[in-house]
Design a protein around this ligand. Structure first.
Ligand code: F6R
Length: 242
């Protein structure tokens, strides 16, 4: 695992560099997309490069990490809508090439199985962008998640719902209770993992990720077993590293 400590704006540039070099070498690359606040500066940087130097997503495919269950189709925090607004639309990425788990499906387990198959059929994810929760989750694999898990329905912890209340007007009751999420096994199948974390609130999770024992209690620690994982952290998020 490669750990880079730098100011937040530099981290976004480094992550965008990784995406850009992949797309220049392999225009039909498969990108894994995180939501939440951590990747927003990366998406902004990619949009800038699309506008200024023609970085193209026209042949790429995207797969989102997760989606809320039971959120209105037009809700601005539905992850499908977030990804459309923050990255797909700004870089001119055709919507039909950007996929997410279907949190409104009548048969959720079937939707999860179909999502796993779609990722495999696309050739697997080349580069997966990740954030990390204060409790060490990646995607919505909360503590206790199987390290081999695949896309499935999960219940969000009260910690995660509190953390995400800021996206729902500060009202935790508005945060959905369930989601569909890629599993840890799904994420580990990606060829390159790039995780971003900023701020002291992430310091304990980053400490566990980098220095803790591999354990389902801190799900991100599974990344220690990945052959190509890059962890991009600012001073605050790195403040508990030895
Ligand atoms: C979102 C996701 C989550 C977030 C994590 C950190 O798609 O998969 O794991 O990355 O909750 O969220 P932020 O970046 O908002 O601190």
């Amino acid at each position: 695992m490669e750990v880079v400590i730098a100011p937040a704006d530099e981290l976004a540039v480094l992550a965008a560099d990784a995406v850009e070099s992949l797309l220049r070498a392999k225009p039909d690359a498969v990108l894994g997309l995180a939501t939440g606040s951590s990747p927003l500066a990366v998406y902004g940087e990619l949009a800038r490069r699309h506008a200024e130097s023609g970085l193209s997503f026209a042949s790429a495919t995207g797969f989102m990490l997760d989606e809320y269950v039971g959120i209105a189709a037009d809700h601005p925090e539905r992850y499908r809508n977030v990804i459309e607004r923050e990255i797909a639309s700004p870089v001119g990425w055709p919507s039909r090439q950007v996929h997410g788990p279907d949190g409104s499906a009548a048969d959720l387990p079937a939707a999860c199985a179909a999502y796993e198959k779609a990722i495999v059929d696309a050739g697997g994810v080349d580069l997966q962008l990740l954030g990390i929760g204060t409790d060490g989750h990646i995607a919505f694999n909360e503590p206790g998640s199987s390290l081999a898990s695949r896309t499935r329905i999960k219940t969000l912890t009260s910690q995660t719902r509190q953390d995400n209340a800021r996206f729902f007007g500060g009202d935790v009751e508005q945060v959905p209770r369930h989601c569909l999420t890629q599993g840890l096994g799904t994420i580990m199948a990606a060829r390159h993992l790039v995780l971003l974390a900023t701020g002291r609130g992430k310091a304990e999770a980053v400490h566990q990720l980098v220095e803790g024992p591999v354990s389902a209690l801190w799900p991100a620690t599974v990344m220690q077993l990945h052959p190509h994982a890059t962890v991009l952290v600012d001073e605050g998020a790195a403040s508990r590293l030895q």
